[in-house]
Design a protein around this ligand. Sequence first.
Ligand code: URA
Length: 289
Amino acid sequence: MTAEEKNKAALFLDLADDYLLDGYRRPRTRAVFEDSAAFPAPEKAAEPLAGNSRETPRGTGGQTQTQPAVAREERDGEASPGAGGDSLEKVAEEVRRCDACRLCETRTQGVPGEGAASPLVLVVGEAPGADEDASGRPFVGKAGQLLDRMLDSIGLSRRKNCFIANVVKCRPPQNRDPMPDELVFCSRFLKRQIEMLKPKVILCAGRISAQTMLRTTTGIGKLRGRFEPYPTEDSFDESGGSTPLLPTYHPSALLRDGSYKRPAWEDLKTLRAKLAELDDNYARETAGQ
Ligand code: URA
């Protein structure tokens, strides 16, 4: 058995154990089987937006033909290294090479996520769509453009203080809902990203994201607008091992049905108030908004 196979088996057994015995994901120390051939070190070159290292070398702030210029303004500099020398670039590389589930057969490329390396907010969507699958970047289609405008309205952006990712990193064919095993296999990437990014708040965009993160079948209409604690393995936050997680409607739901806009705006105001409590700089920057 290779190290990658052992890691997959251990992860699957952990998750099955949690679901069957407790019905939710328990914080635990994960066994890590090393096999340098299976997980070669990533290239040193890094990215304009943290976590998507194929794009532009870190610190250049420059442009390539396909990527925009980037001003990386981070609260605390680099993302904290994860256990065993983990890094956002390593996660991104593994996402691109991942063949843990059937989605690798139909994707153009994996979409690891991108944004500030030490974000105020981690936005978690469902899965890449056609535009994201083609570009390798999260939330770049119509829903993504709306998401950017929504974030901007409360002083947030992926260039400055947000990281944008999805629970599933590869596009499901015909944009179908991700299947349970796809969610299980892919959740290990998001979990590692969360451990390194240490966001102050997690914003779940849509039902699939919120239900997966909170391990519930409650509908998004009931979940939205209220903070829930998301248990974090390392107690990196000040609230005793959990990060506040706010579910809201997915931007594509707002595009389909305008009646979701008002509650989504209420949720954004709830997020803004929480961030102002948690971060003095943000509170100053958004005072009077
Ligand atoms: N919808 C999502 O949930 N994620 C994306 O990246 C794009 C659209």
